[in-house]
Ligand binder design. Structure first.
Ligand code: GRF
Length: 236
């Protein structure tokens, strides 16, 4: 494979995803109304992206629009969701972080994105990348994080102290630890994984017999409200 193969593949994929052939996706149109523009990054099913799409379409997020959806995974259902709703969507291979982040930065700037939403985005973003978008990148994490994002414990509403579950498999980590309560958190992204200041958060009781799947499903239902609330808060 030549060093250009990745590029060529990428453009082909973009062709497939866009109505146009071989060019950049349609550039954003200037409108009279200043809008609060989201760039949503997904790696998987994109149910949180869908929650944002639904909230915008049902006018629960006035003045907010999704300018661009990006996925590092060509098979992400989130890309299909974007496509179904005629949103600009881009596949971004993530073989070399520096190169991919440089492209991502260009796209986010080209599309005048005000807020970057990591909605099930499974790649770690570097401190250099984040420094270009201060307080403009948010993430949804399926566990409880303390207000300032740091620390290794969290005190639940009933006064119980539980560990903070960060990184992959946070839902399973909560089950393995035998805690009675977990939750989901929307927070600003900092270079430390799942450790940024909290925007909003909600607790959920773990039920007898819960599996990672059943618990994650309940968490996602609340994430869909949380992410909309977080965007509303930041857009106002
Ligand atoms: C969510 O549970 C979120 O907390 C985590 O990844 C999951 C993404 O789900 N970061 P979806 O792709 O939005 O359905």
């Amino acid at each position: 494979m030549s060093s250009n193969d990745g590029e060529i593949f990428e453009w082909k994929i973009i062709d497939k995803r866009q109505k146009s052939s071989g060019d950049w996706p349609d550039e954003p149109q200037e409108s009279g109304n200043p809008r609060f523009r989201l760039g949503v990054l997904v790696s998987g099913s994109g149910s949180n992206l869908q929650a944002l799409i639904d909230a915008i379409e049902s006018k629960e997020l006035p003045g907010v629009e999704i300018a661009l959806v990006v996925s590092n995974n060509i098979d992400a259902y989130g890309l299909e969701r974007a496509h179904k709703h005629s949103l600009q969507s881009m596949y971004l291979p993530w073989k070399h972080r520096e190169e991919s982040e440089a492209k991502l930065t260009t796209w986010l700037q080209l599309f005048h994105v005000d807020l970057i939403v990591l909605a099930g985005w499974m790649r770690i973003l570097s401190a250099n990348f984040l420094a270009q978008f201060p307080r403009r990148v948010i993430n949804i994490h399926p566990a409880l994080i303390p207000d300032d994002g740091t620390g290794s414990t969290y005190t639940t509403r009933d006064g119980t102290t539980i560990p903070v579950f960060r990184g992959l498999h946070a839902v399973q980590q909560a089950l393995d630890a035998g805690v009675k309560v977990t939750g989901s958190t929307v927070h600003f992204v900092t270079p430390e994984v799942d450790a940024g200041p909290v925007i909003c958060r909600e607790e959920v009781a773990i039920q007898e017999g819960d599996t990672e799947e059943s618990l994650h499903e309940r968490l996602k239902a609340l994430e869909h409200r949380l992410i909309v609330n977080a965007v509303r808060k930041l857009a106002s």
